[in-house]
Design a protein around this ligand. Structure first.
Ligand SMILES: Cc1cc2nc3c(=O)[nH]c(=O)nc-3n(C[C@H](O)[C@H](O)[C@H](O)COP(=O)(O)OP(=O)(O)OC[C@H]3O[C@@H](n4cnc5c(N)ncnc54)[C@H](O)[C@@H]3O)c2cc1C
Ligand code: SF4
Length: 541
């Protein structure tokens, strides 16, 4: 055999660089389903089902094309259940002259493959991943000499280089960023005319996988069943293209405006639901961005505002490429960053959704049932709570990596460590995304259906997020007051009396005790219910 082409579970792209010089007469593809990928973190049933089903559909596509393929299923009794050991076994059997692959997304997987190739003395040819607009080298060049990295400069450079939403040398509409237009909440009556999401009835392959997942990974988090309401994710390129088309036709127009808004029992809203398809490489970032720009430029009526299409493209051309650059330039140490010295364990209710806090119950329930929550639910509900509670960033990272269908480490880790937990010391975000319950009240109707009051920081009705917000500012006052973007928040904190601060600390400690049975030594007792100080209802970009 000349080349053994390694295709990982998140590389399901027939046009990937690994296939460039593939010769079916002399080469073969290698794919393996291994338990290690679902167990090194406690992967949810939704996530495992998605990966296995998409891999099996890709396997069948290659087989139809008569591409020689060595594919190991997870239930094969000879399967050694790790990428490294399966690869080693295959190399010993097939003796390829060279291993070829498109650059993998995960640092851990790359190291494992390199070690096997070196130990077996087989050359390893790793090729650029053309799925992305930028290369890691380009990002490293951009990052050189900068203490802090900021999305805005990066996304502008990419727009110019790739001529996206440009009008000659200037940004289309004369403005680079429409974030200020894109932060609306819904009216009192809630979202109107939310289109039903594009979901797919599980076919035979998916149904078999779902049975397997429930049998073999029954103790893993969340639920999955063969009904479309439970599992309707795209598992082939054709289905992924349908989801994209559905978004561009029915949701893009409202995407920007309601990008940050949340509503009870409305998991899908005006989001695209394409992250899993993008991360499995069923869709390419380039085609998604070009399709969105085309939809905007070719619309016959003026229904898609520029702010919506810019907001959407910024997520993919901007955030997605940016976090990939951060991941590859900061690994392996990035996973252990803990700038705020947070060491609390992840609250158990993150695995059950059993909590009285409506915002968290809503976000967690849909996460465990569907493997999905939109960005603001991740950043400003679950992420915010962990940040304020002081959960160890590593545990927060492992939770996010396990529960979402789109979870792959290179995207998830910077979003968690950098953006959500401010654990990288400000490398990725200019300030912690810290807000009180008042932010959630402004952006959703969750608080209307909650037993807590977001305006209260102490007392029986105190909203735990509001209490923890002030407690967070107090605990990190020295560190945060050096940050010019925290001036307002720290100024409001300084207006509190010592008694008010003590009462908040005690309420926060009582909340922690109720959640994880721990109370830190706090001597003063709660004297009276205090008037809630002015709270942050905004989040920064
Ligand atoms: C703590 C935390 C963890 C996250 N973990 C992941 C993850 O594991 N995988 C993942 O793909 N996204 C992750 N995100 C980013 C974002 O929340 C999801 O991409 C998005 O919610 C997916 O839903 P959607 O496809 O409907 O996205 P939309 O809201 O419709 O956005 C469109 C697309 O833009 C991209 N995008 C949007 N925001 C981001 C972002 N911050 N970083 C990178 N890409 C972005 C995604 O590809 C997404 O599909 C995380 C965010 C946070 C705060
Ligand atoms: S009151 Fe507090 S806990 Fe309840 S939904 Fe609002 S923010 Fe969440």
């Amino acid at each position: 055999m000349r080349h053994l082409l390694l295709v990982l579970g998140d590389q399901l792209d027939r046009d990937a660089s690994g296939f460039d010089d593939f010769d079916p007469k002399r080469d073969a593809v290698w794919m393996a389903e291994v338990a290690e990928e679902s167990e090194h973190i406690w992967s949810s049933k939704q996530r495992i089902a998605l990966f296995l089903s998409a891999m099996r559909h890709f396997r069948d596509r290659l087989t139809q094309e008569k591409i020689p393929l060595h594919y190991t299923v997870i239930d094969d009794p000879t399967n050694t259940q790790s990428i490294a050991s399966e690869l080693k076994r295959t190399i010993a059997r097939l003796r390829p002259e060279k291993l070829v692959m498109t650059a993998p997304g995960d640092w851990r997987v790359l190291q494992a493959i390199k070690v096997v190739a070196a130990a077996q003395s087989v050359p390893l040819d790793i090729r650029e991943d053309r799925h992305f607009f930028s290369t890691v080298r380009e990002f490293a060049e951009h990052a050189k000499g900068r203490k802090q990295l900021r999305l805005e400069y990066w996304v502008r450079a990419l727009r110019v280089r790739h001529n996206i939403l440009m009008d000659g040398g200037a940004p289309l509409g004369g403005q680079w960023n429409f974030d200020q237009d894109n932060r609306e909440s819904f009216e009192k009556e809630g979202p109107r005319d939310v289109p039903a999401p594009k979901r797919f009835t599980p076919d035979e392959i998916t149904r078999d996988v779902i049975k397997l997942v429930n049998r073999r990974f029954g103790r893993h988090p969340g639920t999955v069943s063969a009904s479309q309401d439970s599992f309707g994710w795209p598992v082939t390129r054709e289905e992924a293209l349908e989801v994209l088309d559905d978004f561009l036709t029915h949701r893009l127009a409202q995407f920007g405006r309601f990008q940050d808004a949340m509503w009870t029992d409305q998991p899908w809203l005006f989001h695209a639901h394409i992250a899993s398809a993008l991360n499995l490489k069923l869709l390419s970032a380039r085609e998604v961005v070009h399709a969105a720009e085309r939809a905007f430029r070719h619309q016959s009526t003026d229904t898609i505002p520029l702010s919506a299409v810019e907001g959407f493209i910024r997520q993919i051309l901007g955030w997605r490429e940016y976090v990939r650059g951060i991941y590859w330039t900061q690994m392996p140490g990035y996973v252990d960053r803990n700038a705020l010295n947070a060491h609390e364990p992840l609250p158990a209710f993150f695995w059950t959704a059993e909590t009285e806090m409506t915002c968290l119950r809503q976000a967690l329930t849909q996460t465990l049932a569907l493997g999905y929550a939109h960005h603001i639910q991740r950043l400003m509900v679950t992420g915010l709570y962990c940040l304020l509670f002081g959960v160890s960033p590593r545990q927060v990272h492992e939770w996010y990596l396990s529960v979402y269908v789109d979870a792959v480490e290179w995207v998830e880790l910077p979003n968690t460590i950098g953006m959500s937990q401010a654990a990288d010391g400000g490398l990725m975000a200019s300030k912690p995304y810290a807000a009180s319950g008042q932010y959630i009240r402004r952006m959703s109707n969750y608080c209307q259906n909650c037993r807590f009051d977001p305006s209260q920081s102490v007392g029986q009705d105190a909203c735990p997020i509001t209490t923890l917000y002030w407690d967070f500012l107090s605990r990190h006052e020295k560190q945060l007051e050096k940050n010019p973007r925290m001036v307002m928040q720290i100024r409001n904190l300084k207006r509190l009396t010592d008694e008010q601060r003590d009462a908040i600390s005690l309420t926060a400690a009582q909340h922690r005790q109720a959640v994880n049975g721990k109370i830190k030594g706090l001597k003063q007792s709660l004297s009276s219910v205090i008037k809630a100080p002015k709270q942050s209802t905004r989040r920064s970009s």
